[in-house]
Design a protein around this ligand. Structure first.
Ligand SMILES: [Zn+2]
Length: 90
């Protein structure tokens, strides 16, 4: 809320924007990975975190971004990759 997100602040501009934070974050997640040196970590690469800052990340997040946010991400050159559950039947 106070500092925004060090990975995507330039795109999502969450800092101080409670509405955007509510729309772009989720409290429902599974698993945590702590990454100290993302550029050198194969786990970070496997989780597509290798260009992110060091920190603690969820391995799976449940939720969806609003369409207009996804469009603005794509306009900014960010490829949004939603989690796809490989065990889901449909
Ligand atoms: Zn972010």
């Amino acid at each position: 809320m106070r500092d925004g997100c060090p990975n995507c602040e330039n795109v999502l501009q969450l800092r101080g924007n409670n509405d955007a934070i509510q729309e772009c974050t989720s409290q429902v997640f599974e698993g945590l990975i702590s990454v100290r040196d993302p550029a050198a970590s194969w786990v970070a690469r496997w989780q597509r975190l290798d260009n992110y800052v060091a920190g603690t990340y969820a391995t799976k997040v449940t939720g969806s971004l609003p369409e207009y946010i996804i469009s603005s991400l794509e306009d900014s050159g960010v490829k949004y990759v939603p989690y796809i559950d490989i065990f889901r039947a449909d």
